[in-house]
Design a protein around this ligand. Structure first.
Ligand code: NI
Ligand code: MN
Length: 227
């Protein structure tokens, strides 16, 4: 079982295997997440999908206040490891068994530069699982055929967390197809409404999923769900 709390944009707090996992900390620059107090956030691990500023703005603050272990691609993990933080580097197709469960770093079609323009490795997503629960966190990505590899190489998914905001990632129409590719009809949408470029029609998005026999869950910022 896992509890997933939506912290706005691509940021999530997940309780999994008795540990607290933060994904892509971007809170203080997000006016829509002004009710979230980052000082209250606890984390044993931070899963970082890529180096873009709208995903790692608060990463250093979180690592400093929590002494969490950063799990990310080789380049992002090395960047923060060199600053003295705990970091575990991964790369595409690799998996590792942590004390809360197994993490696999999977393909995403996107880009990944640090805010100052330096190379931030290749972007990815994560599949995390234990004996009972399996979750796909897609990160920023287009719809990609590689998503079909996930059900072939990971346990059956209980939840797929997919970007639906369009423009910088797939939109909800493509996310419907992504949910079919990963063979999961329960989807939590994220990476939408934060900026004018990614504002979406919630009803149209939820109808598109319903019409294909799937469910699109949209949480309020600060809201949570269990799976
Ligand atoms: Ni991005
Ligand atoms: Mn993004």
């Amino acid at each position: 079982m896992a509890t997933i709390k939506f912290l706005g944009h691509g940021c999530l707090h997940i309780t999994f295997g008795g540990k607290e996992i933060l994904v892509d900390p971007f809170i203080s620059p997000n006016p829509k997440a002004s009710d979230i107090d980052i000082r209250s956030l606890k984390a044993d691990y931070v899963l970082q999908t890529h180096a873009h500023g709208d995903h790692l703005a608060d990463l250093e603050t979180i690592l400093t206040q929590t002494s969490a272990t950063l799990v990310s691609n080789y380049e992002v993990a090395t960047e923060y490891g060199n600053k003295g933080f705990n970091a575990h580097p991964m790369n595409h197709g690799g998996k590792w068994k942590f004390d809360f469960g197994t993490v696999k770093y999977v393909n995403a079609i996107h880009s990944s530069s640090f805010p100052d323009g330096r190379y931030g490795g290749n972007p990815g997503g994560f599949v995390i699982w234990d004996d009972t629960t399996c979750i796909y966190i897609a990160g920023d990505t287009a719809l990609t055929w590689d998503m079909k590899l996930i059900p072939m190489t990971c346990p059956d998914l209980d939840l797929a967390i997919l970007p639906i905001g369009d423009n910088f990632t797939m939109g909800y129409e493509d996310a419907v197809i992504a949910s079919e590719f990963v063979n999961c009809n329960k989807v939590l949408g994220y990476h939408y409404d934060t900026f004018p470029y990614i504002e979406i029609d919630h009803n149209a998005a939820q109808k598109a999923f319903k019409d294909s026999g799937a469910e699109l869950i949209l949480l309020e910022i600060g809201g949570s769900m269990e799976v």
